[in-house]
Design a binder for this molecule. Sequence first.
Ligand SMILES: O=P(O)(O)O[C@H]1[C@H](O)[C@@H](O)[C@H](O)[C@@H](O)[C@@H]1O
Ligand code: MG
Ligand code: MG
Length: 281
Amino acid sequence: MADSLQTVMDYAVAVARKAGEVVQTALAGDRKVMTKSSAVDLVTQTDQKVEKLIIQSVKEKFPTHRFIGEESVAAGEACELTNEPTWIIDPIDGTTNFVHSFPFVAVSIGFSVNKQVEVGVVYSCLEDKMFTARRGRGAFCNGEPLQVSEQTDVHQSIIATEFGSNRDPEVVDKIFCSMKNVLKLPVHGVRSAGTAAINMCLVASGCVEAYYEIGMHVWDIAAGSLIVSEAGGLVLDVDGGQVDLMSRRVLAANNRSIAEKIVKEIVLFRPPRDDALDHKQ
Ligand SMILES: O=P(O)(O)O[C@H]1[C@H](O)[C@@H](O)[C@H](O)[C@@H](O)[C@@H]1O
Ligand SMILES: [Mg+2]
Ligand SMILES: [Mg+2]
């Protein structure tokens, strides 16, 4: 598999770039907005078109590989991570940004074998930044090596998080309570890029010290998790334990010292797992 992983990586980069071109072109036109799990969980025809393009392209080259794609799962496909080679795809991470032309939108492609992410590609289309990682081979942005921040003092940190698309009052309260706790540590700032994948690339790039979220999905974080760990960071569960990609909980941090401080401030809850949830809307 070692050499074929490079073939996978090269192909993922080429497909992500092609997908990014479609996203950019679509930004110039009208976007028909539909909803999924809630009134603020948005999807457009471009999300669906880009996912089809990625899956068709990959199937031509790797006919036996499996897929977990956000929009295919929304259409009723199983969301099951097995030991088989699997492409984990978010065609547009940051659909709300895309709808509003808020300029952070990414194509995220992870590739896993034995349930472990081996290749991660996040293409931040509007910034034209191609983030890549292969397990054990480092993380890069447009070919330049990435390194997480060296900051160990949480008070000198920027922390990224997201509001998600669940508007259940109890969940919103927990999200805000965690955010308030983090802000009051105090930290230099709290930020939301509106895309989990780009938040993770910001950790990998050393611009923010940590990103945490409860409620996102496996396709939001599969590629980014490898990019963070290959840039020298840690990817954990929000309780500080081992991350489980299907659990919809993640904390990516530059180092353990920052991670431990953030863990203490997060109000924990468990959304339904990706492999247990009925995604079909
Ligand atoms: O734009 P998406 O692909 O739907 O991903 C979003 C996700 O829906 C939202 O819940 C998270 O807060 C964002 O960070 C994701 O990137
Ligand atoms: Mg997403
Ligand atoms: Mg998406």
